[in-house]
Design a protein around this ligand. Structure first.
Ligand code: SF4
Length: 446
């Protein structure tokens, strides 16, 4: 029996009304049921009598196991008196076998499984909705984070491979006018574990797709993805779906360099040869053009790919489209890109969303060619994925091809990104935006 008076003095109760209830029910407690909520809080149900119940929820969440590095997990298990090899055993279960709960870790002693379940949270992302397009080969998940924000991840499955696009922030502070996420503002930075969880979801989905391949019409998907350099879509025969997540791009909601430390921890986790083992060259980060982030990335040991959103060859228009340009104008951005290439000897990709009558003229293509001439780079032209309510228009196919020809004639490697998931609003932030900001009518290009 625990006197309620003692509990009243415990801190971290979410509701002061519960504290008051403790005072009102100044009675001994008959039993306590402890439950863990989906977002990692502890929920206590106190029975005071046959009729009276009090529920309390702690505001402190349990540690998300996906936020732990391998050394941190090893240290925790050491504190628990476990042998050193247990950490690697659990790591393998999480990142190789892709299990989602300690109950599935059947190579662990039952007592350890129970302790893991009681003291750690195995993931905090709650699947709100999942949509499919392209015969099931494009899948988009909307997640709800603890405390309410939402974010998105997309998986695109191709013959023999799969690419995931994950978010690095909930919302985004950068305010690009053509982007649904920019409309939301920044809701919060997300943790390394919350980034890694998205990748693990994609890896599980890709693996499952191999077990139940979906029939696809010939040519329903191209041997290209939204981030690949091959621009020639070609009909593909039906092939077995991949069993492994082969590429991952940080191009979902948010600006990765605005959440650099947490994002980079997730990169190291995904790359870990003892875990998901994604090669550095199969990881791509996309930035709106934060120069300090580009400089920092150039110093990193892991040679992941860099993509920079450019979208205009002149500062006036780019500043209208992307407010970040006022802080890091094109000259500063391209100088940082050149330094990055000089330091790493790696090719930079420039992303260019084409908007009819705004940034898609042959003159603008020629100007872009001049800016990029001689740089080890590649331009990825992106037909705009319409955002409902936005008074913008995607460029026509002929205009896109003309833009591409001008760039290629200027000696700049240039491809057109193939589209996926238009039917499920697969562009960044569209699904989440429907939850956070139902109308995008205010979005306008001056
Ligand atoms: S395009 Fe990227 S950086 Fe710009 S608002 Fe959208 S998510 Fe943020």
């Amino acid at each position: 029996m625990i006197p309620v008076r003692m509990l009243y003095h415990l801190r971290d109760f979410r509701s002061s009304a519960i504290r008051k209830a403790c005072v009102v029910y100044w009675k001994p407690i008959k039993n306590i049921v402890q439950q863990k909520t989906n977002d990692g809080h502890l929920n206590f149900v106190f029975r005071l009598s046959s009729f009276a119940l009090i529920t309390m929820t702690t505001t402190e969440r349990h540690l998300n196991i996906y936020d732990l590095s391998l050394p941190a997990l090893a240290a925790l298990l050491n504190d628990w008196g476990q042998p050193a090899f247990r950490a690697r055993q659990i790591w393998r279960q999480l990142y190789v076998n892709l299990v989602r709960s300690p109950q599935e870790m059947t190579d662990l002693p039952m007592a350890l499984r129970e302790r893991l379940a009681a003291e750690l949270t195995f993931g905090v992302l709650e699947l709100e909705t999942m949509q499919q397009a392209d015969g099931g080969m494009t899948r988009k998940a909307l997640w709800r984070l603890p405390n309410g924000p939402v974010l998105e991840s997309v998986l695109m499955i191709y013959p023999g491979r799969a690419t995931a696009c994950v978010s690095t922030q909930a919302g985004c502070a950068m305010g690009c006018v053509f982007c649904a996420t920019g409309r939301m503002g920044l809701l919060r930075n997300i943790t390394p574990g919350e980034i890694v969880e998205q990748a693990l979801w994609a890896a599980r989905e890709a693996r499952t797709s191999a077990l139940s391949p979906q029939p696809l019409a010939l040519g329903n998907y191209a041997d290209d993805d939204r981030w690949a350099s091959d621009d020639t879509p070609s009909p593909q025969p039906l092939l077995p779906s991949p069993t492994r997540l082969s590429n991952l791009v940080f191009m979902g909601m948010g600006e990765p360099f605005a959440n650099y430390d947490r994002w980079w921890q997730s990169v190291e986790r995904l790359h870990d040869p003892q875990g998901l083992n994604m090669g550095a060259r199969s990881l791509t980060v996309s930035t709106v053009g934060l120069v300090p982030g580009i400089q920092r990335l150039a110093e990193e040991k892991l040679p992941i790919n860099l993509a920079i959103s450019l979208h205009s060859p002149d500062d006036t228009l780019r500043s209208e489209m992307m407010p970040v340009n006022k802080k890091y104008p094109i000259a500063a951005l391209l100088a940082a890109a050149r330094q990055y290439v000089a330091k790493t000897n790696r090719r930079v990709s420039f992303e260019y969303v084409l908007l009819q009558g705004k940034n898609d003229s042959p003159e603008q293509a020629a100007r872009l060619g001049e800016l990029l001439r001689g740089m080890l780079c590649h331009v990825n032209l992106i037909p705009w994925n319409p955002v409902p309510g936005a008074p913008l228009h995607r460029s026509h196919g002929e205009r896109i091809r003309a833009f591409q020809r001008v760039l290629q004639d200027a000696g700049v490697a240039c491809t057109v990104r193939q589209e996926r998931g238009v039917a499920i609003a697969a562009a960044c932030g569209q699904l989440a935006g429907a939850q956070v900001a139902p109308t995008l009518a205010e979005i306008a290009l001056v």
